[in-house]
Design a protein around this ligand. Structure first.
Ligand SMILES: [Zn+2]
Length: 434
């Protein structure tokens, strides 16, 4: 074909395109997509030429799609990374290693549903409550879950995973923590199961629902709220230090009575029935559970470290909600408590602990652990100063406010504090008129 022929062909094609475009432009507009608002399509022309423009400007189309994607993302819940991930199989929030540390808080007493209370408690726990992913704190608002918040809130398991293989649940009153350490083959170690008979039933049901079976228990110390058990958890060894076993046996009637006042209905035969530990680790088939015995709070006390998970189970020490509660019957309660803090700090360093689980209060991370150690030491030093530094003749009321501690906003903690102060002053021979 000669050049004139080519020219005619090209001209004809262009003419056809112009005609086609006119025709298309007269057709009724195609239905608009909801997000296809006028003017939002950069580079968009009308009719066939419009489509050609888009084809010839892939960057314009890309830009549009990118803008659409970003606009879409802006309104999607959960496009910011939450501090936890969601285990869709288990329906739980998984907090990897670090748990936001809660500030001061007044604990929520009351006998409502444990999960509800725990959420309430986490929400009230302090100035960091908004980012609090502590036990149950994230359950109501777990983003991106296909099940939706309502279903999660009602059917999600009670247990929250804090570290690999370590799960906790919190019961009321006193934000009492139950810990489950998962081992191979669904076997688990349950530490300080608490608090009401209904709580233990729910725990047993949840473990069964997961296909887990309890291989052993451990009690951090022989107070009633740490030596509870249920037949539904199984007839297994329940380890504790030899001193704790002896004390629980000796004070059995007392423990049963105390439990009955706060959490009636526990099986008295099982309460406080413990097995003496022989060695430094809880004998069971799962991850190592290293026992750190100490003299604080109560004879026979021990913390537990799970080295593989980097978790410290502190029993009734290092709580963000409770002041150091002394064993006032000891010859030197403050020294005992300070020595225990040293022992726990050394154990945490030795085993590279990243998660602190207090027996009462909010689990926290390594920074929270350091903060808690400092807070407990500061309380003990201030208490000691208040006992020793005041003139004879002054009353507990005169010095009770010499100790400043954010946990003392809780009236119950204030009572404990006044009681400890009075006991130590009596021991020191200082007159105590109260
Ligand atoms: Zn306790």
């Amino acid at each position: 074909m000669d050049p004139l022929g080519w020219l005619l062909v090209v001209g004809g094609v262009l003419a056809l395109l112009v005609v086609a475009d006119r025709v298309v432009a007269r057709l009724p507009p195609r239905p608009r997509r909801p997000d296809d608002a006028p003017g939002v399509r950069p580079g968009g022309g009308s009719g066939m030429f419009g489509e050609l423009v888009e084809i010839l400007q892939p960057s314009a189309r890309h830009l549009h799609e990118e803008q659409e994607r970003q606009r879409h993302d802006l309104v999607l819940p959960g496009d910011a990374d939450p501090p936890w991930t969601v285990d869709l199989d288990a329906g739980t929030a998984v907090v990897p290693g670090a748990v936001p540390h809660a500030g001061h808080g007044v604990r929520q007493d009351g006998g409502q549903d444990g999960g509800q209370d725990a959420r309430q408690d986490a929400g009230d726990a302090g100035e960091h409550a908004g980012q609090d992913a502590a036990p149950d704190g994230g359950r109501e608002t777990v983003p991106g879950s296909p099940r939706g918040p309502r279903e999660l809130a009602t059917s999600a398991p009670h247990l929250i995973q804090l570290a690999p293989g370590v799960w906790v649940t919190t019961s009321q009153p006193w934000s009492t923590t139950t810990t489950v350490v998962a081992g191979p083959g669904g076997r688990c170690l349950v530490v300080d199961p608490a608090l009401t008979p209904a709580d233990l039933d729910a725990l047993a049901a949840e473990l069964a629902g997961r296909g887990w079976s309890v291989e052993a228990g451990f009690s951090t110390h022989p107070h009633w709220d740490h030596v509870l058990w249920s037949t539904r958890l199984g007839d297994v060894p329940r380890w504790a230090t030899p001193d704790a076993v002896a004390r629980a046996a000796r004070t059995h009637a007392e423990l049963v009575a105390e439990a009955g006042r706060t959490a009636p209905g526990h099986d008295a035969a099982l309460l406080g029935r413990l097995d003496p530990l022989d060695g430094e680790e809880v004998p069971w088939s799962g991850p190592r559970a290293v026992v750190v015995p100490h003299r604080a709070h109560c004879p026979g006390s021990a913390a537990v470290v799970i080295p593989d998970a980097g978790v410290l189970l502190a029993g009734d020490l290092l709580s963000d909600q409770e002041i150091p509660l002394l064993d006032v019957d000891s010859p030197d309660p403050v020294a005992d408590h300070l020595a225990a803090l040293d022992a726990l700090e050394a154990a945490a360093a030795r085993w590279a602990v990243e998660v602190l689980v207090p027996g009462h209060g909010t689990p926290t991370d390594a920074a929270g652990l350091a903060e808690q150690l400092a807070a407990d030491r500061a309380y003990l030093e201030a208490l000691r100063a208040a006992v020793g530094g005041t003139a004879a003749g002054s009353s507990v009321d005169d010095v009770v406010d010499d100790v400043v501690d954010r946990r003392l906003v809780d009236p119950e903690q204030r009572d404990h504090h006044a009681h400890q102060l009075a006991a130590l002053r009596r021991r020191g021979g200082v007159r105590d008129p109260s």
